[in-house]
Structure formats: structure tokens, C-alpha cells
Design a protein around this ligand. Sequence first.
Ligand SMILES: [Zn+2]
Length: 294
Amino acid sequence: MSYKKCNNCLNSNRLKAKFCDCCGSQDLTEINENNWLTKYANEPSNWLDNIQISSLPLVLNNEYKRLKEMAENDERYGILLQIRDVGEIMLKLPILVYSVNNNPQIYDGKDKETNEDKYLPLWSFMNNEMTLGSWIIAAARLAFEKGIKHEAISVLRQLQLKNSLFFYDKEKKVTAFNEWRNNEIGHGALGYADNEDFGDVLHMLNLITETLKKTIDDYNKLKDSINTESAPRIIYYDNMNPSHVYFYDSRYKKHGKLTDSYYYICYTEGKKTPPIALEDIPKHENIVGGDINV
Ligand SMILES: [Zn+2]
């Protein structure tokens, strides 16, 4: 039966109740008859434990916790977007961290004679509008680059192994994550949320957690691996609000021409910035995780 659970005293109330019959609280959550998501959420073995979660880099830590909360609160539609965000962060973070270390300056596009490989993966960042597909290509190129030892590269390699989130299916020519995104949120036709296979949510939650279990030690090391001496503008913190981490997204094009302004995404806020000119991008003081880790 569907009902409203009181978050204050846990009393079960009628579905139409506005106040709790027992304590009068207005803090009620609707519990649906078919509670496949909350059932999944309440099984601890489906999630990283608290120690594991706390060892993730800050932005991933926050967003994974949010994912879990949304499942607990039975937010079936909202969780689709959160799955997308967590997946994107898992992919972009190691690429960005590696890029910061190895190409601390954004390539200005002026050095035309340069071998593009010297600037990988930033070269492709700077010369294209980045789609999810371009991030995947950057990840694949880095992962299979020989002779690089770096936590970020280990993460990227793991992400692409079988049964991981970004495993590339050669027959379908798509990664597990892209396939899910195309099928479930790309075309706007959402299924019926009462069904347990809605949005392939349970499968994706499982895939995210299993992939993180395999990569958690390397993600953990990313926290310490950013070179703070240089002025990387690829990931930065909002110094006024340290939980806001901005990820490089793409270069701003005006009338089809590249400009010296860039877009960033703050996943914590779920917002893309307006184009920011290179000289206005703050130098970050805090590195990924570090002393502001929660
Ligand atoms: Zn109550």
C-alpha cells in the first residue's frame, strides 16, 4: 500500500495526509507501493561503506552521498540526472587531474607547429567543443598510452575494463555509460517509474558502486597529486564556497571561432558557468580533496 511516512516520528499516514496524525509534523515522504528503489537503498552491501566514501576526492564524495540520499528518498526521476553526473565526474576527474599535472597551462592554440600529442589531452579540449564522446576518446587515448605511471591513468584503465562503467562494447561501438545515457535520458521518453527496470537505475547504481570499489585507492591518491605551484585552470575551487568545484567543460565559440573564454561546470550546483575569460579564472588554492575533504 502507498502511504506517507513521517520523517519525524516514522508514523505511517494516509496518502493524502498533509500533517502527521501522530506528531503533527509536515515533514512527510510519500512511500510508493512498489518501493524498489528504497529497498535497494536500504541494503548496505549495495553501497560503499562510510570509510570508503570518505576516501573519495571531495567532489566525488559529495555527489556519491547525494546519489545514495536520493535513492533513500525514492527520487526516481531525479536520480537519473544524478547517475549521469556521478558517471561524468568519475570520467572527467582523472583526465583533468592528469592534464593539470602534465600540461598546467591551457593550450592557447597559437603554437601551430606543435605536435598535438605533446598537449594531449588538452589539445583536443582546446580545439573542440567537448561532448561526452570526446571525453571518452581522451580517456581511451590516455589509458592506452604506454609507459605512463600515474594514479589518474590507472583509474582510466580500470574504468574501461569489462564490468566497469566505461567498458567499450566493440560490437555496439559504445561504452556502457553512453549506451545507458542514450537509451534512458537522451531521448526524453521516460518509462513508467513503478517498474523496477525504470531507467535501468538499479543496474547503473550497482555498476557505479562496483566500479568505484575497484578504483577507490587510485581515486584516493588523486587528492594529493595536483601540482598546486602552477596555475591550472582546469579544475578550480570557489574560494568563497569550497564545496563548489568547477570542472573545465569547453571553449567558448563565437560565430564559429574559438575565443579565449571557457565554460566550466559546477556539479555541486548543477550549473554551467557563463564563458569566463582566461585571465578571470581564479587560481585555485585548494586541491582536489585535501584539507577541505568532508
Ligand atoms: Zn509524526
